[in-house]
Design a protein around this ligand. Structure first.
Ligand code: F6P
Ligand code: MG
Length: 443
């Protein structure tokens, strides 16, 4: 389309995309292979000789893929017969046609967003082709470890939430707004804890998530939280007069501490009456190392309930009953683990698009969701967020993202230049963040 900048790609030597494909992705793959190998005995105990065969063959497929990546071979079609394989292969065909030859659709020459997603889909394929270990989540160990290493911070945030909840009926609107702002920022900074940027090194929260908010404030480059608040307040007014409910959707990112911060925010939205329903959206297969799956979601709530800490376990039980009562619900849709930009959602996943239209506000967590929102393109930094969304807007939406990829829109003129002069890697170092809002109604 005229006027739309090119996709970020590893073909730009030295770019963050290039370094990711050259260094980070192979490291992640090597870790995946090690994890499967380390669990060989477990597979043998569970499935006997068949488990050992599955382990060997899966590792064979993954090593082959790592080699394809490192020697910049063309991206090949998927061979499993899972439902979404067709969509991936069609996408590949489309790109081959567009660029005229097969060679151009290689690991380094393709759009970064596509190849990075493709790698995770191929990991899933390698396991899937080897029952009995087809459901094995190679990232599970890292995700659970990240959760346990954040225990202190989890207790702190649960105690904080319990303090608010115990007095929630007596709070003025201003006090509610203060709490909302804090918890929105806790959820924002929770996004620092992902396992993909560090290639699986660390994703735990060690410091107090509340005490650090003030010092982090200047690092929020765009802060539209007032608009998010107004959206919730007008949704509430509307719901009262129409006798309907307010629904907030959270498109989740990482398991571990970040997920806890999202659940805490959702709890507050419900107990304050700002929302009556929260829909969580997770991934249907293991994704980008630490992303939330249905299993991670349930497991996290179980762990919170089972904690040896009064506030934490009380809150865990509350979350369980929110789910039981349907106040909270968990959803996954194959679209979230496909390589598409979100502006394709209306055409490629019309059911999901229609579903999101039922929300009063959609919160998109994290870096990958941001890349998909703006199409992972080389936008000028002053282009409006609404423009970069390219027509995507099922409902008022807000991105809560710490910057971990070299794309950022909606900045003031000069803002990016100033950042670059002090800190050339401001877009990828994970230190900065945005709370960026868009609503088509505001136009
Ligand atoms: O490696 C690519 C990447 O999208 C980075 O840009 C980012 O560090 C990571 O993966 C995912 O981050 P998040 O969990 O915030 O989506
Ligand atoms: Mg993630």
């Amino acid at each position: 389309v005229h006027g739309v900048p090119p996709s970020l790609s590893a073909k730009v030597v030295g770019s963050f995309a290039y370094l990711t494909v050259r260094d980070r992705l192979p490291t992640i793959l090597t870790k995946v292979i090690d994890t499967i190998h380390r669990n060989k005995n477990k597979f043998f105990e569970e499935y006997g000789e068949e488990g050992i065969q599955a382990e060997k063959q899966t590792i064979g497929l993954l090593s082959k893929m790592r080699n394809e990546l490192q020697t910049d071979k063309p991206v090949i079609p998927l061979t499993d017969s899972l439902q979404d394989a067709e969509c991936w292969n069609q996408y590949l065909q489309k790109h081959q046609k567009l660029h005229g030859d097969q060679e151009s659709v290689s690991w380094f020459k393709s759009p970064w967003l596509y190849v990075e997603c493709y790698m995770y889909r191929r990991i899933h394929e390698a396991l899937w082709l080897n029952p009995p270990i087809s459901d094995y989540d190679v990232f599970n160990e890292g995700k659970t470890q990240g959760f346990f290493e954040s225990q202190q911070a989890v207790m702190t945030i649960c105690t904080h939430l319990e303090g608010i909840n115990s007095n929630i009926e007596n709070l003025s609107k201003n006090q509610l707004f203060e709490h909302f702002n804090k918890l929105l920022q806790v959820s924002l900074w929770g996004n620092k804890c992902d396992l993909s940027i560090s290639a699986g090194q660390d994703n735990s929260q060690k410091t107090s998530p509340i005490d650090s908010l003030v010092s982090l404030q200047p690092l929020i480059l765009v802060n539209d939280s007032n608009a998010v608040w107004s959206t919730l307040i007008s949704a509430q007014t509307h719901a009262r007069s129409e006798k309907t409910t307010v629904r907030v959707d959270i498109v989740l990112d990482n398991a571990g501490f970040e997920l806890v911060t999202d659940l805490v925010l959702a709890d507050f939205l419900v107990s304050s009456g700002l929302a009556h329903e929260v829909h969580f959206h997770g991934k249907s297969i293991p994704w980008f190392v630490s992303d939330v799956t249905a299993h991670d979601f349930q497991w996290t709530i179980q762990q919170t309930m089972a904690a040896n800490h009064k506030c934490m376990s009380k809150i865990g039980y509350q979350w369980k009953s929110h789910l039981k009562d349907g106040v909270w619900s968990y959803h996954d849709h194959p679209f979230w683990t496909q390589p598409h930009e979100f502006c394709d959602m209306a055409a490629d996943a019309p059911d999901l698009y229609a579903n999101l239209q039922g929300a009063d506000l959609v919160l998109f967590k994290g870096d990958l969701n941001y890349r998909k929102l703006v199409g992972d393109r080389d936008w000028d930094h002053t282009v409006g967020f609404g423009t970069a969304l390219q027509g995507f807007g099922p409902a008022p939406l807000c991105s809560l993202r710490t910057l971990k990829a070299n794309v950022q829109v909606g900045l003031q003129p000069g803002q990016a230049e100033k950042l670059t002069s002090h800190e050339p890697d401001w877009m990828t170092c994970g230190k900065y963040a945005v709370i960026q809002f868009y609503s088509s109604k505001a136009e």
